[in-house]
Design a protein around this ligand. Structure first.
Ligand code: AMP
Length: 215
């Protein structure tokens, strides 16, 4: 399977679509947000990382890519990897291309999940995640069977620190400033595949599957 790079505004549903793809096709899922959230906050580097994340900014390019490389080396990455939010600056486009050369990996598809700022904010503010297995829910649109409890593993559902209105706005502005040039870069090379973030996650998934079926 080819790798897939997901590029999208915050809360467009990258993580949810990756979960569906992992369950159906068995990809590896590499979310840089998850890798960074797991950096130990008691270290000097960890403190900085968590500060940047809670301000809605972007973590240093080289640091992100050293974590990506370290994590990839623990996987059988030739089976196909979903890069969830891994490329957010033009420098990261370069670092990813270099990584593909170093690891003899095909670059794969670049999929943009399109969503308006208003809808993304509503999703962000209602988002809940399982503190144990990471499954994603929404207070209104994707409720668990029992309030506050994960359907899959019984873990507690929590909101992410950066899913508040102020940080969302900063994350969205960071997206406009840093990520849109990445979209333009791939669009100009005719490599950008756009899918729409639909209210029903399966409708978005169907658009992604159509891309995979055309391979
Ligand atoms: P996410 O879970 O994808 O919404 O990412 C959460 C936060 O992690 C972002 O708002 C950034 O602060 C940071 N982050 C995730 N991926 C990257 C990346 N590729 N480059 C820089 N910072 C990142």
């Amino acid at each position: 399977m080819k790798n897939i790079i997901f590029v999208a505004p915050p809360a467009a549903g990258k993580g949810t679509q990756c979960e569906l793809l992992v369950n159906k096709y068995g990809y590896h899922h590499l979310s840089t947000g998850d890798l960074l959230r797991n950096v130990d906050p008691s270290t000097e580097v960890g403190k900085k990382v968590h500060e940047v994340m809670s301000s809605g900014g972007l973590v240093d390019d080289e640091l992100v890519f050293s974590l990506i490389k370290e994590h990839l080396l623990t996987l059988d990455y030739h089976k196909g990897v979903l890069f969830d939010g891994a490329i957010r600056t033009l420098k990261q486009v370069e670092l990813y291309d270099q990584l593909c050369v170093d690891l003899n990996m095909d670059r794969g598809h670049v999929i943009f999940i399109n969503i308006s700022e208003e809808r993304a904010m509503a999703r962000s503010l209602g988002r809940l995640g399982c503190s144990s297995c990471g499954k994603i829910y929404h207070k209104v649109n994707m409720k668990p069977e029992v309030e506050g409890i994960c359907d899959v593993c019984g873990g507690t559902l929590v909101s992410r620190d950066d899913d508040n209105e102020i940080t969302f706005k900063n994350r969205f502005n960071t997206y406009l400033e840093k990520v849109e040039p990445v979209l333009d870069y791939y669009r100009n090379r005719n490599e950008l595949i756009t899918v729409e973030a639909m209210d029903n996650k399966m409708d978005t998934f169907a658009q992604i599957e159509e891309v995979l079926n055309n391979d």
